[in-house]
Design a binder for this molecule. Structure first.
Ligand SMILES: *Cc1c(COP(=O)(O)O)cnc(C)c1O
Length: 222
């Protein structure tokens, strides 16, 4: 199967209110161009340096999504172009994004990463921490960020009922966030679902899916 065919298969199975992010991490720019030529414009990377290198040489109407865990000290390298940062899991990182966005006179869109999986190693905030952050007075001082919603990764398991339940729980929590709506909080994006579970994620209310290997084939690392 070609990248184009893979993309067509996925886009024909998703509804209008779901955005497909083509996760191109570790794949060469030639593969991204193939997807671009098939009409795909949103791409996701998990390493800032790799995303910057690709941004520099690829068409400028691509929307770049940072889906990986963030190191605050590297935010500055992508602040001039990143479209949406999915993996924000601390106030410190939000502050740094705000600072760098201000330098470029931009407002940077962010998602808060929520820990829904049972594994110890996964990053992310608890529901209580998200609520605390969204109602904090300090958040109101960050004029150059816009929190658009939540991102979650389900457990790495073959047990689909565990995965479905994690998506369900995240969706319920997401729906409860409307009460925090303000000038820099607008909960409208729920980023959940990857190659193995995006169909289930959509059934459970995802509005943004991050699909890599089902488009570009398997990766050697990451
Ligand atoms: C790599 C990655 C994906 C895509 O994974 P696939 O299984 O290849 O679709 C999605 N989300 C995040 C956060 C990732 O790091």
């Amino acid at each position: 199967m070609s990248i184009k065919n893979n993309l067509n298969n996925i886009t024909s199975s998703i509804s209008e209110n779901v955005t497909l992010i083509a996760v191109s991490k570790t794949h060469p720019v030639g593969d991204i161009l193939e997807a671009y030529q098939a009409g795909q414009r949103a791409f996701g990377e998990n390493k800032i340096q790799e995303m910057v290198e690709k941004f520099d040489i690829l068409p400028k109407d691509i929307k770049w999504h940072m889906i990986g865990h963030l190191q605050s000290n590297k935010v500055k390298y992508m602040a001039h172009f990143v479209h949406l940062i999915h993996g924000v899991d601390s106030f410190k990182t939000l502050k740094e994004i705000n600072k760098q966005a201000l330098k470029h006179n931009r407002i940077i869109n962010c998602l808060l990463e929520v820990k829904i999986a049972s594994e110890e190693t996964k990053f992310g905030l608890s529901f209580a921490e998200v609520a605390q952050l969204l109602k904090s007075d300090e958040l109101k001082t960050l004029k150059n960020i816009n929190i658009l919603g939540l991102m979650g990764m389900a457990s790495f398991t073959e047990n689909t009922s565990i995965i479905r339940n994690e998506f369900k729980v995240l969706k319920v929590f997401f729906d409860s966030l409307q009460k925090y709506k303000s000038f820099n909080v607008d909960p409208s994006v729920l980023s959940m679902g990857m190659s193995g579970d995006y169909k289930m994620a959509m059934e459970e209310g995802s509005t943004m899916i991050r699909v890599g290997s089902a488009i570009f084939g398997s990766r050697n690392y990451n």
